[in-house]
Design a protein around this ligand. Structure first.
Ligand SMILES: [Zn+2]
Length: 404
């Protein structure tokens, strides 16, 4: 048995009750065998500069189109220009090109303390894109280190009379069947939703396909600052109407920040009733939203504080890395969290660690809820050189407990 002495475990990642802040951790056969209030800290009163954290979960990524910014250029605030540019570039992708970039993304995510992630895959035809087979190969190769989920990303307008989505949903369902679901792997159906005409009809079509094929849903919704972008409300209403509570994730929801308090809070109440998993994407939103011809005033981040207050399960994720949508960044959940804390004035920051640990674990239905308790595997735990929230903002060193 080995012992790690006098280490902090922040309250919001604890799966046990204790009045202490510092703990001695007993490890046996690769698992936590015991957690006791630290004797040394009690005696000395000295705060220790180490935290034990659950490994991170990144709920919203795009590893199919990452690391192409040198070739496509950066969009500087024009989301729809970025969509067009990336669409042209995508036509030239080979499986080899995709695999090299995806592998690099997964390596980075792992080094930066990830244990699970969900990526969207651009999906513009009824047949599966090249990236799906590459994703599945890497998902199998990384099994045991990273748990991977994928989502089909298709413009909502494709789900209308001319493209009813039947074949697409079948392909996603087939991909879902190849998953090791006990480990939390999954393939989901998704769509890009922004101020579409007949939005309820098209969204209902997506719900019909999800229900028929037993798929969970993940939407890009309201990624813009137009007050009348109200896709989140429509999705929450349809989730309740279709009895799909707890099975729907919504990313972005930027326009919620532009709406009146009354409207926004009413939508968040619906989101709570629908069990929607809300995910904020600070890096991409900060870059793409707000003015580029003057200093930007809007921040683009959704109303995380009000959402949590309303009982909504809130995550923070990384979104695009080095592509036409966002030219900077890396696969580093802690960096995304640190930016989110600052953009959203999330206080106390330590209470928001759940946004990259237990909240996305819940959204992804992972077998472990991301809370530290006896029995946890050392593979899923991180030793972080941080004594407080300020240290966490400052790119602290971290190690997997299994490597110590
Ligand atoms: Zn995205």
């Amino acid at each position: 048995m080995s012992i790690i002495k006098s280490i902090q475990i922040p309250q919001c990642v604890r799966g046990f009750e204790s009045g202490s802040d510092s703990f001695d951790i007993y490890i046996e056969k690769g698992h936590i065998a015991g957690i006791e209030p630290a004797q040394a800290a009690i005696n000395s009163g000295v705060s220790q500069k180490q935290m034990l954290l659950p490994a991170f979960v990144d709920l919203h990524l795009h590893i199919d189109k990452t690391f192409v910014v040198d070739e496509v250029g950066a969009a500087e605030g024009d989301l729809f220009a970025a969509i067009d540019r990336m669409a042209q570039h995508r036509d030239g992708w080979s499986a080899e090109h995709i695999e090299t970039r995806m592998e690099r993304a997964l390596q980075e995510a792992y080094v930066n303390g990830c244990r699970a992630l969900r990526t969207h895959l651009d999906w513009m035809t009824k047949d599966a894109p090249k990236s799906l087979a590459v994703f599945e190969k890497l998902r199998d190769a990384w099994r045991g280190k990273l748990t991977l989920q994928c989502v089909s990303l298709t413009p909502l307008d494709f789900f209308d009379d001319t493209f009813n989505g039947e074949d697409l949903a079948l392909e996603v369902a087939t991909a879902n069947l190849t998953c090791d679901q006990k480990r939390g792997e999954a393939a989901l159906l998704g769509a890009f939703v922004y101020r579409n005409e007949r939005i309820y009809d098209k969204l209902q079509r997506v719900f019909d396909l999800a229900i028929k094929n037993q798929l969970n849903l993940d939407f890009h919704v309201d990624e813009g600052l137009d007050v009348d972008a109200r896709g989140l409300k429509a999705i929450a209403e349809l989730t309740i109407k279709n009895n799909y509570q707890g099975r729907v994730t919504c990313g972005h929801a930027c326009s919620l920040a532009m709406q009146s308090d009354e409207d926004a809070l009413a939508t968040l109440k619906l989101c709570f009733q629908a069990g929607i998993h809300l995910v904020a994407l600070p890096t991409t939103n900060l870059y793409l939203q707000g003015a580029w011809n003057r200093t930007p005033i809007e921040r683009g981040i959704t109303r995380l504080r009000e959402a949590r207050e309303a009982g909504v399960n809130c995550s923070i994720a990384t979104d695009n890395v080095a592509d036409g949508f966002y030219p900077y960044g890396s696969y580093n959940p802690l960096a995304s969290y640190a930016l989110g804390v600052q953009m959203g004035h999330l206080s106390n920051p330590l209470d928001w660690l759940s946004s990259i640990t237990s909240a996305p674990s819940k959204a992804m239905n992972l077998p472990w809820d991301g809370l530290i308790r006896e029995g946890c595997s050392v593979n899923d735990l991180l030793l972080v050189q941080a004594g407080d929230a300020r240290d966490l903002m400052n790119a602290p060193l971290l190690q997997r407990l299994s490597t110590i």
